[in-house]
Design a protein around this ligand. Structure first.
Ligand code: 5GP
Length: 198
C-alpha cells in the first residue's frame, strides 16, 4: 500500500534516554501525530493503561499473531515480545503521521518495507553514567531490571548507524527542538514531492 504524504517517525534509544517523554511531547504539540501502540507480553507498570501505553497480551496470543503474519515488526527484548501490528499502522497512516517508540531490531525490520515513509532518529545520553542515574531515578524497574537495561546499552548503540539522525539528549527542550526541526524538514519535503507527482 502506498502511504501518501504522511510520515512515520521512529525514535529509538537505549532504555532510559527519555524517548517516551519526547514521544508524548510530539503528539501533544502536533495533532497530526498518533503514537503507535505496540503489543507486548511485558506486564503493565502501575501507571500504564492497556490500549494506551501498550496492548498487553499473553505469550500465546503474541505467538499466534506472529504465526498469522500480523506484524510489520516484532522483537524479543528483555525476555518479552514487543511488536507493531500491520493493520494498526495501515489504518492510522491514511489520516495521520505516526511516531514509533521501538528498538533497533524493529527499525531494521520496518526499513525493509520500502513503501513506508520512514524517518529514523536515534537518541543517546551524554554518557553512560547519566543513563544509569536516569534508570534508577525513573524507579519503574527492579534493581535487576535496571542492571539488565543498563547492560544492554553497549549492544544497543552499535546500531546507531542504521538511523537517519542521531541526537544527544543533553537537555530535553533542545532535543525536542531538534526533533521538531527534523519533522518539519521531512514533512515539507514529502509534501512538495507528492504535490509534484501526478
Ligand atoms: P519498555 O519495556 O521500557 O516499555 O520498552 C522496552 C523497549 O522496547 C524500548 O526500547 C522500546 O522502544 C521497545 N519497544 C516498545 N514497543 C516496541 C515494538 O513494538 N517493537 C520493537 N521492536 N520494540 C519496541
Amino acid at each position: 500500500m502506498a502511504h501518501g504524504k504522511n510520515i512515520m517517525v521512529i525514535l529509538s534509544s537505549p532504555s532510559g534516554v527519555g524517548k517516551t517523554t519526547l514521544t508524548k511531547k510530539i503528539q501533544q504539540k502536533y495533532q497530526s501525530f498518533k503514537i503507535s501502540v505496540s503489543h507486548t507480553t511485558r506486564k503493565p507498570r502501575s501507571n500504564e493503561v492497556n490500549g494506551v501505553d501498550y496492548h498487553f497480551v499473553s505469550h500465546r496470543e503474541f505467538e499466534e499473531l506472529i504465526q498469522e503474519n500480523k506484524f510489520y515488526e516484532y522483537a524479543k527484548i528483555f525476555e518479552n515480545y514487543y511488536g507493531t501490528l500491520k493493520k494498526d499502522v495501515d489504518n492510522t497512516i491514511l489520516q495521520n503521521d505516526i511516531i514509533f517508540d521501538i528498538d533497533w531490531q524493529g527499525t531494521k525490520q520496518l526499513s525493509k518495507f520500502k513503501n513506508l515513509n520512514l524517518i529514523k532518529i536515534y537518541l543517546i545520553t551524554n554518557n553512560k553514567e547519566e543513563l544509569k542515574q536516569r534508570l534508577v531515578k525513573r524507579n519503574q524497574n527492579t534493581a535487576e531490571e535496571v542492571e539488565k537495561r543498563f547492560n544492554s546499552f553497549d549492544e544497543d548503540i552499535k546500531h546507531w548507524n542504521d538511523y537517519d539522525y542521531v541526537i544527544i539528549n543533553k537537555n530535553l527542550d533542545n532535543c525536542f527542538k531538534q526533533i521538531e526541526h527534523i519533522i518539519n524538514v521531512n514533512k515539507n519535503r514529502t509534501f512538495n514531492f507528492f504535490q509534484k507527482t501526478p
